[in-house]
Unconditional design. Structure first.
Length: 59
């Protein structure tokens, strides 16, 4: 798990640089739902699949 906001965005960017087409990123965080669309769009340009399974609550 990575904190929401910039830490998550930079992690997804890093993944997009090192993963291969057909790989899958599963996001299980508590970011604003619109962040998921941004992540999915970024990864889809590299044919990396993305599943947004947001959870609610703290540690």
């Amino acid at each position: 798990m990575v904190p929401s906001g910039e830490p998550t965005r930079s992690t997804v960017q890093t993944f997009s640089d090192i993963l291969s087409p057909g790989d899958l990123v599963i996001y299980g965080g508590n970011s604003k739902y619109t962040d998921g669309a941004i992540n999915a769009d970024l990864l889809s340009t590299r044919e990396i699949r993305y599943v947004d399974c947001g959870v609610s609550g703290g540690i």
